[in-house]
Design a protein around this ligand. Structure first.
Ligand code: 5RP
Length: 244
């Protein structure tokens, strides 16, 4: 089962580490701003992690008002919390299996660079998270300022098929299995530790490696906007996906 544990450390843009309480307050600010984008009747994708936990709390406070909304969870942890809060959790295919789209998906990130490239998967749910982000008309990323980086840094989370996993990691070079539970779909979780000079080239290489189910690099064109919880409120940045 995917956990809600804190993500791998990233290199902060401003060179300062935030203490846990400050980072958590900023995550909550971004999450609450994103919760306001959700209206009754919407089809909504929910990510995974500690920032999303704040989103779930904010949505849970409005569970009665949102009784006709359908929520897709990207991990067992998110699904359990969402159900406990009274949100109507559905399967992705129930909501958009006929080729439709989610109205919105909201998720955290481990790192985000100035071009809106993301590293995700600190909680091991990046495969489902990418499927849900790609199924959404609008994908909103919620982060605290310490997730902003000048350039992406390893490790990049990987989900790897158990069959031939050591061969898959050897083919990648700088890669290792992660400690901890399997992915929500029973695959192995790993890290790619090599350099990320060109995220698009690396994303293509990881995708092209047989046995890699999915990697945690999310391209800017998936991202509609970024809500950044900062000391003095929430800032908005456009992603690389054109607004409708
Ligand atoms: C889970 C993720 C999370 O969004 C990412 O790890 C950020 O987590 P948090 O909100 O706990 O800082 O990608 O797979």
């Amino acid at each position: 089962m995917a956990s809600d544990r804190a993500p791998e450390a990233s290199a902060p843009l401003n060179g300062s580490e935030l203490d846990t309480a400050s980072a958590d307050r900023r995550k909550e600010l971004a999450a609450r701003a994103a919760a306001e984008l959700v209206c009754d009747g919407m089809k909504v994708g929910l990510g995974t992690g500690t920032t999303v936990a704040h989103l779930l709390s904010a949505l849970g406070e409005r569970a009665t008002e949102l009784s006709h909304a359908g929520f897709v969870a990207t991990s067992p942890a998110t699904e359990r919390i969402a159900r406990e809060l009274g949100l109507g959790v559905c399967e992705l295919d129930e909501l958009v299996g006929n080729g439709g789209e989610l109205d919105i998906a909201i998720d955290g990130a481990d790192q985000i660079d100035p071009d809106a490239w993301l590293i995700k998967g600190g909680g091991g749910a990046h495969t489902r998270e990418k499927i849900v982000a790609a199924a959404a008309r609008r994908f909103v990323v919620i982060v605290s300022t310490d997730k902003l980086v000048a350039s992406l840094r390893p490790p990049v989370p990987l989900e790897v098929l158990p069959f031939g996993a050591h061969r898959t990691l050897a083919a990648l070079g700088d890669a290792r299995l992660r400690d901890g539970p399997a992915s929500p779909d029973g695959n192995l979780l790993a890290f790619y530790d090599g350099p990320i000079e060109d995220p698009r080239a690396l994303a293509a290489r990881l995708s092209d490696t047989p046995g890699v189910v999915e990697h945690g690099l999310f391209a800017p064109e998936l991202v509609s906007e970024v809500l950044i919880g900062a000391e003095d409120g929430t800032q908005r940045r456009p992603g690389g996906k054109p607004a409708e």
